[in-house]
Design a protein around this ligand. Structure first.
Ligand SMILES: C[S@@+](CC[C@H](N)C(=O)[O-])C[C@H]1O[C@@H](n2cnc3c(N)ncnc32)[C@H](O)[C@@H]1O
Length: 323
C-alpha cells in the first residue's frame, strides 16, 4: 500500500520517540511498545499513540462528513488539545467529551474550552480510552493508529448504539469497510455508521394471509453489508436493493405476497430481536413485523482472518438452518 507523506511523518515521529528511548534503556528493560514512548514512565502515562494534532481544516471536514448537529454528543478518544470537541461545541452547540491519557493534553483541552467559552458543554477526562463507557456517544472521532483502531473495534460494536457515526482521521478499521472515504490533500477521512445486527432468521405473518402468510426472512450480514431471502410457503425469493443504516432496514422483493402484488418494498426499524415497519406495493401500504430467533444471530465484529468461518456458519443459516 502506498503511504502518504503525512502517514510517513506520523510513523517517523513514532520511530524517533522509540529510538530515543531505546538509547536510554538497556534492551531487557524495554518492556512493550507502550512503555517505549516515554523515558520516564513513572511520571508520564504509556500512550498507545503519540500526540499529533489534526489540522483545523481536517477537523472541520470530519465534523461535516459526520453531519454533526446540535443534538449530538461527540466523544473524541485520544482528544489531544481538545480541538475536535471544542470546535464541534463552538460551531454546532453540541455536548462533547474528550479523553486523553496525557495530563498535559487535558490541561490544554480545558484551556482551549475556556478560551472558546464552551466549558458548559464539554468535559475532558484523563483516562485510558479503552476504559470509558461509550454508550452515551452519537458521534465518535478518532485519530489513532490502524492497530489501535482494530483493538478498539470490538468495544465500538459492543457499546455504541446502532446509528452512531464514527469518523477516523487517516486510519481505517480493517475489514469493516467505511460507508464513506474522503481524501483531502494528504489526509483521508473514514466514516462509518454503526449497523444494527440484523443477521439470522426472522419470522412473521403477513396480514391478510389467512394463515398462509407465514414467512421466514433470512439475513446474512457482514458489518453493514447484507443479503438475504424471504420464504412464504414453498416460494423463496431473494431480497434486492437491501440497505441497512443504523437501525433502519430496507429491501424489495420481486414477487407478490398475500394481498399485495410485486414488487413489494419493505421498510423496517430493528430493535433487538424485533422489526416493525411498513410494506408498500403501488398505492397499498401495510404494517409488517418480524421476530428473530436470537440463537441464529452472528456477532458483527468478527476479527480479520476469522470472517470466513463465521460466514460459513451464517451461510448454514441461509441454506435452511434455524428452522
Ligand atoms: C494523534 S493524537 C490525536 C489528537 C486529537 N484527537 C486530534 O485529532 O487532534 C492521539 C492522542 O491520543 C492520546 N492517547 C494515546 N493513547 C491513549 C489511550 N490509551 N487513552 C487515551 N488517550 C490516548 C495521545 O496522548 C494523543 O493526544
Amino acid at each position: 500500500m502506498k503511504r502518504k507523506p503525512f502517514q510517513l511523518l506520523f510513523a517517523a515521529v513514532l520511530l524517533t520517540a522509540l529510538l530515543s528511548v531505546a538509547a536510554v534503556h538497556p534492551p531487557d528493560d524495554r518492556g512493550t511498545m507502550r512503555n517505549l514512548l516515554y523515558t520516564d514512565t513513572s511520571e508520564r502515562p504509556a500512550l498507545d499513540v503519540p500526540y499529533v494534532p489534526t489540522p483545523h481544516e481536517v477537523v472541520e471536514a470530519m465534523l461535516g462528513i459526520a453531519e454533526v448537529g446540535e443534538r449530538d454528543v461527540l466523544y473524541d478518544l485520544g482528544c489531544g488539545d481538545g480541538r475536535i470537541v471544542v470546535s464541534a461545541a463552538q460551531k454546532f452547540g453540541i455536548r462533547g467529551i474528550g479523553v486523553d491519557l496525557d495530563p498535559e493534553r487535558i490541561k490544554e483541552s480545558n484551556e482551549n474550552a475556556r478560551n472558546a467559552k464552551v466549558t458548559g458543554r464539554v468535559q475532558f477526562f484523563q483516562r485510558d480510552l479503552f476504559t470509558i463507557d461509550l454508550s452515551g456517544a452519537s458521534v465518535v472521532t478518532l485519530y489513532l493508529l490502524p492497530s489501535v483502531n482494530l483493538k478498539l473495534r470490538p468495544k465500538l460494536f459492543r457499546e455504541l448504539r446502532p446509528g452512531t457515526r464514527v469518523v477516523s482521521h487517516d486510519f481505517d478499521m480493517g475489514n469493516w469497510q467505511p460507508d464513506r472515504k474522503v481524501t483531502m490533500e494528504n489526509h483521508t477521512i473514514y466514516f462509518w455508521v454503526v449497523p444494527a445486527n440484523v443477521s439470522g432468521v426472522w419470522r412473521g405473518d403477513f396480514p391478510g394471509g389467512k394463515g398462509k402468510g407465514k414467512y421466514t426472512l433470512r439475513i446474512h450480514q457482514q458489518f453493514q453489508k447484507i443479503s438475504g431471502t424471504l420464504a412464504v410457503g414453498e416460494a423463496k425469493v431473494p431480497l434486492s436493493n437491501m440497505e441497512l443504516k443504523g437501525n433502519s432496514l430496507r429491501f424489495t422483493i420481486a414477487q407478490g405476497i398475500p394481498g399485495m402484488s410485486a414488487p413489494v418494498g419493505f421498510d423496517g426499524f430493528v430493535e433487538g430481536n424485533s422489526i416493525q415497519g411498513r410494506m408498500e406495493s403501488g398505492d397499498k401500504k401495510r404494517k409488517w413485523t418480524a421476530v428473530r430467533d436470537g440463537s441464529t444471530m452472528v456477532p458483527l465484529d468478527i476479527p480479520d482472518g476469522q470472517m470466513q468461518t463465521a460466514l460459513r456458519r451464517n451461510d448454514g443459516i441461509k441454506a435452511g438452518g434455524g428452522e
